[in-house]
Write a protein that binds this ligand. Sequence first.
Ligand code: NAP
Length: 557
Amino acid sequence: MAKADYDAIVVGAGFTGLYMLYKLRELGLSARVIEAGSDVGGTWYWNRYPGARCDIESMEYSYSFSPELEQEWEWTERYASQPEILHYLRHVAERFDLRRDIAFDTRVTAACWDEGAALWAVEMDRGERLAAHYCIMGTGCLSSPNRPDISGLGDFAGETYLTGLWPHEGVDFAGKRVAVIGTGSSGIQSIPVIAREADHVTVFQRTANFTVPAHNRPLASEEQAAIKAGYRELRALERHSPGGVGSGPPQSLEPILATPPDELREDLERRWEIGGLGGFLNTHPDTILSAEAADRVAEFLRAKIRETVSDPDVAELLCPASHPMGSKRLCVDTGFHATFNRENVELVDLNATPIERIAPEGVQTSEKLYPADIIVLATGFDAMTGTLARIDIRGKGGAALKDKWAEGPRSYLGLMCAGFPNLFTVTGPGSPSVISNMVVSIEQHVEWIAGLLAELRRCGAATVEPLAEAEDAWGEHVSAVAAPTIFMQADSWYVGANIPGKPRVFMPYIGGVGTYRAICKDVAAKNYAGFAVDGQTIPPPADFTVYLGMTRETEAA
Ligand code: NAP
């Protein structure tokens, strides 16, 4: 009979993998982390494009599990740059001596459940095979870059780069003509920086996106010290908030449609001056539910674009009009719109003149050829399910996860899937994940999984698996919460619309980080309601809607 090499295999050494390894060690379990990159960092290892920066504030986009780490680490800016976050994660790996249990430059290709032995057999691209009781996927939500299927791309005579797979040695744009395809967060961050270096930049825009200013700045040490002094309370606020963020302007109590225009303008101006995502997502209780309400904020943001961009035709093209504000990921920028006032920057509207093909000399639209030396593909990711689908994951009876998810991902709490015992998906589809501060959601999942593993050990159980009825009930709840929101009205990556042939399903859980935490906590308190532990089943909670709107106080009571 097969024997376990480790108690757990963890896939990925980003924020998830590092903390999961730390927790497994704390439980006295042996673990191996398998990482495709040559270093820790996950998304912050790969996404090194110019201007890459987190758009959650650094004091909140950081681990909370170690108060010592929290106090020691000094962030230099309000929003940390990619190199600084990578530096932080390297520091975490050293500080907690994590590297010795991580295999780098190794990609997991398959994971197969051996029912007789109750083990996961994990295969790697270097031919190695390892068996473990638990397989924990820390593969990230945005880790499979989308290389668009544009005819002729392979024939381009210049250099081509994907923002999500940026070369470590950097790219020299000086004196070059650069074509950037894509105006999501990655494009919006990189275009102003590339424009300052390159000879000429042509931006190919299919959908204009909403973006708000970062107002990034150095973090004064007094400000940092003050936040650190109140860190426990800030962390508690994050955990019980809708999006995992504890600071920023609060939501106005009055619906936006009932707010007098002058009052609204004043409120939005104040939010604009503060900058950042937090102030503009969920400004009012109705903006997430009504396109008309969201449009009041959209009109404010469009007015800002018209004020900033000197050419009125270019300004109109940059004004988002195809989707409600907030229904696609809101972007946070530093000088994005003002970049179009530069002489060396040109905007091409792909709705009027679509790309026909990439020629060896540049980008050929229906109107003309745009010569280029470098093409930057800021074209996003096969989000949330893409990386898991690339691994041949097989559960009971050899069933493939890819087949189970053919019509869209199905899971219980975004954490586990029926038919796949002892397999965990950290920040998996069906959990708040990408709709939240990822670090807060990662910590919550890692801690919940650690609690479950401790419980299995305590009672000597070998397997845990969600019940099919729990998975169905959770799937219905996730869809029911999303159905009345504006998120269903956009062709976003949240619904898989950016990947041809991907089923259209809203993948994250939009009920809120606090609500979700309360649900997970209650499921555990009810002896893991909705799970089978060594075949012993406990039904799932009868109604997940009762948790909605649960506050820290009501949860505590
Ligand atoms: P994205 O939001 O999916 O944007 C991709 C862009 O490429 C869109 O403008 C899209 O147009 C365009 N595109 C895709 N295929 C195309 C094609 N064949 N022809 C022309 N245009 C094409 O991807 P992203 O910018 O990498 O961002 C993904 C997510 O990563 C973000 O939403 C965010 O959650 C995260 N992220 C965060 C940060 C941060 O923290 N600061 C930075 C970067 C990314 P359509 O919209 O028309 O499809």
